[in-house]
Design a protein around this ligand. Structure first.
Ligand code: KG4
Ligand code: ZN
Length: 344
């Protein structure tokens, strides 16, 4: 049996996990930085990278301790090197390279978005490929034709804000706490999704598998602010916040499902795998369940802890280990999804 250490530092979670080549999870640690970014209302990249530097070694030590392993027991080290915040990515990449050099084990690169989809494979406990992959995270909203765990073809994505980013920005407009997505989810549960008629950008265009959430966010701002204002002049009543959160969520979910349904029709795929932090949204989860049941689509959504950033989902590296897809020690970090040839 081979054991793999996986590192994840693409955004603001410092995470490590040990998995076996049979996909058994031996340990997983996620050090969240929410407390550090809270007062700024969003992730501050420089603060995130500095916190990764402080935390990466303790997180690795704790992960190995929980797995009851020594560094010498590892067969390989994997690291998410794309996409993400540049300063955050380089911390994980540097740590992984140093470990590989010291231990003389292979280095494996993980694409963070593909890892989000692979969380479905882990949660299912069986093969889920080929599938349509819907990734809805803080930085991405994309649809992929996932042919195998090693072959992902991009079908479409957001042309401006990601869904999670839009949730976070609207939450801040409504005066909800950071991180905005979960707060929006809670607020929306008390609200009326039909209270405000908000746009569904690009939904009517059957030629495109893209999303656009920036205008939707601005439409909501215009309901609350006078021209020239960027924030509402006074705090909003809780009922109004709930109605706005519910109406905004309904619009986002309509767009996400609309394009997902179109992609399912265009590709003929019968399996849908959803990943990323927004996959934790209760309205989205319920809608996907209901639509997929009606349409005869097999749906996989990981449990909450595997939706938001974690290192366990980087177990997609096991597929690369088995295929012998290793990286040299000059592996770079790619903030914007430009990938080395071996990372198709
Ligand atoms: O995948 P993730 O943990 O990090 C990135 O790779 O970006 O996604 C984080 C995003 C944040 O924008 C957060 O607000 C959103 O996921 N999120 C949610 C919920 N939980 C997290 N959005 C809507 N509803 C939720 N329940
Ligand atoms: Zn993510």
């Amino acid at each position: 049996m081979q054991r793999l250490l996986i590192l994840e530092t693409t955004c603001d979670e410092t995470a490590a996990a040990v998995v076996t080549d049979e996909l058994e999870v031996l340990a997983s640690v996620v050090a969240s930085q929410d407390e550090l970014h809270k007062k700024y209302g969003g992730v501050v990249p420089e603060i995130a990278s500095r916190a990764h530097v402080e935390r990466i070694l303790p997180v690795i030590d704790e992960t190995l301790r929980r797995a009851n392993l020594k560094p010498g027991d590892l067969a390989a080290v994997a690291v998410a090197n794309t996409p993400g915040l540049a300063g955050s990515l380089v911390v994980g990449v540097a740590a992984a390279k140093a470990l590989c050099l010291a231990l003389d084990v292979p280095l494996i690169a993980v694409n963070h978005l593909q890892a989000h989809i692979y969380a479905c494979r882990l949660a299912a406990g069986r093969d889920v490929f080929p599938c349509l992959g819907l990734i809805v995270s803080g930085g991405h909203s994309s649809l992929y034709h996932c042919r195998t765990p090693l072959e992902f073809d991009l079908l479409g994505g957001t042309i401006d804000d990601a869904a999670g980013e839009a949730f976070d920005k609207v939450a801040s407009l409504l005066g909800l706490p950071f991180p905005g997505g979960p707060a929006m989810d809670r607020a929306a549960q008390q609200g009326n999704p039909k209270a405000f008629d908000l746009p569904r950008p690009l939904l009517d265009d059957p030629t495109r598998l893209d999303f656009s959430f920036s205008g939707l966010k601005t439409a909501l701002r215009y309901r609350l602010c006078k021209p020239g204002e960027t924030m509402p002049a006074q705090p909003l009543a809780p009922e109004l916040i709930s109605d706005l959160a519910a109406s905004f969520t309904a619009a986002v979910v309509d767009c996400l499902w609309g394009k997902t349904a179109l992609a399912l029709r265009k590709t003929g795929l019968k399996t849908l795998c959803v990943g990323g932090g927004v996959a934790a949204n209760s309205v989205l989860r319920a809608r996907l369940q209901q639509e997929c049941t009606t349409a005869g689509i097999e749906l996989f959504i990981p449990p909450m802890r595997l939706c938001t950033d974690n290192a366990v989902m980087g177990a997609i590296a096991v597929e690369r280990l088995k295929a012998g897809l290793f990286e040299s020690l000059d592996l770079d970090a790619f903030p914007g999804l430009v990938r080395p040839a071996s990372q198709k």
